[in-house]
Design a protein around this ligand. Structure first.
Ligand code: AVI
Length: 319
C-alpha cells in the first residue's frame, strides 16, 4: 500500500515536472536505495566539505551546544527532523549522555529502515539513552509530540537540508516550525554559507563523478519504477553557481534530440538537444539573511556555531 502511494506520487510529480517549461524533476526522489548509497559517497569525498564542517562544529563545540540547550540541567526533548543515519548527531548524543544531561531523543524520518537502524545502533552504543523514533511527515509527527505533556523542545534540522528548498518552501517550512514551537523552544538549523564559488562548484561537480551518478540515478529510477525508456547516457550532469543569490543549481542536460516514453504515464516526452532538466537547488546563505529569516518567523537567532573556515553555520534560534 505504502509503495503504491509513493509510486503514484512519483508518477504525478514526474508528469508535472516533465510537462513544464522549463522541465524539472523533484529532488526528493533522488533518494531511493541506490541514490542514498551514492549520497554516502558524496558525503565521504573531500570536495563535499559540508559534512566535515558540521562534524567539526559538533566535535569542537559540544560543551557550548549543551549549555545553549540546557544551561541548568533542565529537561528537554531533542527532536531531529530528517535524522537519517544520525552519524553527526551521535557526537552530541554521546557527549550529552555522558555528561548526564536530562533529555529524550526523538528522531523523525520518512524512512522506517533508517529509523530502525539508528535506534538499534543507539541501543548498542549508548544503552540507557531515551530514544523514541517517529516515522512519517515532520510536521504531523511534531504535532503529535505537541499534544503530549509539554517539555521544552530543541529541534534539529541539520546538514543544509534547508538549502534544497526554494525560498517559498523555506518560508513555508519555517512558518510550520514556528507554529509548532512554543515560547522558549529552540531550533538548530544547518546552513551552508556563501564562500569562494570555486569551492562550492567543486563540491557539486566533483572529479570522482559521484554527483553526476547521483542525479543520473533519477533517470534509472524512472526507468525502473515508471517503465520509462530514458537512455541515461544521453544526459549529463551540469551545475551553475550564482554568487548573488547563493543558488547552486543542478541540471541534467540532453546531449542529443530524443523522445522518451514513460509507460506509467502513457506519454512520450520530447527533448531538444542541450535541453536541461532542472534537478535541484543547493542554496548558500549569509548570516544577515539567516537572522532575517529567523526574525520573519518569530524566532531570534541567538548564536552561530561555525567551523574554523567559516564555511558552514549551525544557527541557534529561540522562539
Ligand atoms: C542533502 N543536501 C543538503 C545535499 C546538498 O548539498 O544540497 C544534496 C546534494 N546534492 C548534490 N550533492 C549533495
Amino acid at each position: 500500500m505504502e509503495q503504491q502511494i509513493l509510486i503514484s506520487d512519483l508518477a504525478t510529480d514526474t508528469l508535472k515536472g516533465l510537462s513544464s517549461t522549463p522541465k524539472y524533476l523533484k529532488s526528493k526522489y533522488l533518494y531511493d536505495d541506490t541514490g542514498s548509497e551514492i549520497f554516502q559517497d558524496i558525503m565521504n569525498m573531500e570536495e563535499y566539505y559540508l559534512t566535515d564542517c558540521e562534524y567539526e562544529i559538533f566535535s569542537e563545540q559540544k560543551d557550548e551546544l549543551l549549555k545553549a540547550f540546557s544551561s541548568n540541567g533542565d529537561v528537554f526533548n531533542l527532536i531531529e527532523l530528517g535524522s537519517g543515519d544520525g552519524l553527526k548527531t551521535k557526537i552530541l548524543l554521546s557527549h550529552f549522555f555522558n555528561k548526564g544531561a536530562n533529555f529524550h531523543y526523538l528522531p523523525i524520518d520518512i524512512s522506517q529502515k533508517a529509523n530502525q537502524y539508528l535506534t538499534e545502533s543507539l541501543q548498542t552504543e549508548l544503552p540507557g539513552l531515551k530514544v523514541t523514533p517517529k516515522t512519517g511527515d515532520y510536521f504531523e509527527e511534531l504535532q503529535k509530540i505537541n499534544t503530549n505533556e509539554y517539555t521544552p523542545k530543541v529541534i534539529f534540522f541539520l546538514g543544509s537540508n534547508i538549502g534544497n528548498f526554494s525560498l517559498e518552501e523555506t518560508r513555508d517550512f519555517l512558518r510550520h516550525l514556528s507554529n509548532y514551537s512554543k515560547k522558549g523552544d529552540k531550533v538548530l538549523i544547518g546552513f551552508d554559507l556563501k564562500k569562494s564559488p570555486d569551492v562550492i562548484v567543486k563540491a557539486y561537480a566533483d572529479p570522482h563523478g559521484h554527483t553526476s551518478r547521483f542525479t543520473v540515478n533519477h533517470l534509472h529510477r524512472l526507468n525502473r519504477e515508471l517503465g520509462a525508456d530514458f537512455d541515461p547516457q544521453n544526459f549529463f550532469h551540469h551545475c551553475t553557481y550564482n554568487p548573488q543569490s547563493g543558488a547552486l543549481k543542478s541540471y541534467l542536460v540532453a546531449s542529443k534530440e530524443q523522445k522518451v516514453r514513460i509507460e506509467a504515464l502513457e506519454q512520450v516526452f520530447s527533448f531538444r538537444k542541450w535541453e536541461p532538466i532542472f534537478m535541484e537547488t543547493s542554496r548558500k546563505f549569509d548570516v544577515a539573511f539567516i537572522d532575517q529569516l529567523a526574525a520573519e518567523h518569530g524566532f531570534k537567532a541567538v548564536k552561530s556555531f561555525t567551523d574554523k573556515r567559516d564555511y558552514f553555520v549551525d544557527s541557534l534560534w529561540v522562539k
